[in-house]
Design a protein around this ligand. Structure first.
Ligand code: ADP
Ligand code: ZN
Length: 298
């Protein structure tokens, strides 16, 4: 019998990445579609999947790993919607409803970062352990958590980018978070925060720039807050800003310093390159997250 085919949709604010796959290393077709209006973008997603089905065979299930905020409560009238996003035109978009109309199949739906945490735990950097925290540091800062093959949902879904961190005394930047200004890690350490504070895009700041020392401090404070709450066995940091690979060694050191010997885990007490790591799945963490959600939906 042929392996079941899954549709995977990574729904992002800039682009939607869509694929047909039978497994993480068996992607049969893939496309990157610009995020324009909901109507146009979702129509393009459906058209791609229908076309790919003709070539490769019928889908068994779909998975969607989406930017948010989204409604994850099954049974809620707005389950599967993108809710209050500032992304123009996308607030109150019924993503799941549009897909269900064209594909009467099981559809897994979760946040992009929860999907990435699930995929990293199953196939990526966290595959030797049972839980994974995935944080993206990009246009925003967001976090997802997977433990024993389930993701963390709850009241809405985790909003880890808004954990409070202490601003360094030498930093008088006003912050970019519209809700918490310079009081949360997204306000101080997202890509746009770096750009606005230093007047140059984040990827142009040289590795020796003091921006990165501050960045390490803010990210370490946020990670410490999350570590003591969730107790993740592995922390994967992705997103555009974390392409600055030189951040990882000082970040590991600063996290250890801030925890100050309290957590008696060798991952934290000892010099360890395997606890705070880049995505094992590289730029595919989100898409493979959608695949994992699809596989788990049926
Ligand atoms: P998004 O968060 O929108 O999905 P990204 O994760 O690519 O997308 O994040 C975009 C942000 O990351 C921008 O603020 C950009 O300046 C920053 N960025 C992208 N690439 C790099 C890089 N190589 N080094 C530092 N910052 C980067
Ligand atoms: Zn905030």
């Amino acid at each position: 019998m042929n392996s079941p085919i899954y549709g995977a949709i990574e729904a992002g604010g800039t682009k939607f990445i869509v694929a047909l796959a039978t497994g993480p290393n068996e992607v049969l077709a893939r496309a990157s579609l610009p995020t324009t209006t909901p109507r146009e973008t979702l129509a393009a997603v459906v058209a791609f999947l229908k076309q790919a089905e003709q070539e490769h065979g019928k889908l068994s299930a779909l998975g969607v790993a989406s930017f948010g905020p989204i409604d994850l409560h099954r049974g809620s009238p707005t389950y599967g919607h993108i809710t209050s996003t500032p992304k123009a035109g996308w607030a109150q978009t019924n993503v799941l409803g549009v897909l269900e109309q064209s594909f009467p199949l099981p559809i897994g739906f979760d946040t992009d970062v929860n999907g990435a945490a699930l995929a990293e735990c199953r196939w990526g950097a966290a595959q030797s352990v049972d839980s994974c925290l995935y944080i993206t540091v990009g246009t925003g800062i967001g976090g997802g958590f997977a433990s024993d093959d389930r993701t963390l949902k709850g009241l809405i879904h985790p909003e880890m980018g808004h954990v409070r961190v202490q601003q360094l005394p030498q930093d008088d930047f006003a912050g970019v978070c519209p809700f918490h200004q310079n009081q949360c890690v997204e306000g101080l350490a997202s890509g746009p925060a770096l750009e606005r504070r230093w007047g140059s895009s984040a990827h142009e700041l040289p590795p020796e720039h003091e921006a990165w020392t501050w960045q390490v401090d803010y990210l370490a404070q946020a990670l410490v807050n999350i570590i003591v709450v969730l107790s993740p066995e592995c922390i994967v940091l992705g997103g555009g800003v974390m392409k600055q690979a030189h951040l990882f060694p000082p970040l590991r050191t600063r996290v250890r310093e801030l925890l100050n010997g309290y957590l008696e885990a060798p991952q934290i007490l000892e010099e360890n390159d395997n606890y705070i790591v880049p995505p094992g799945l590289g730029d595919n963490a989100g898409l493979l997250g959608a695949l994992a959600l699809g596989m788990d939906s049926s």
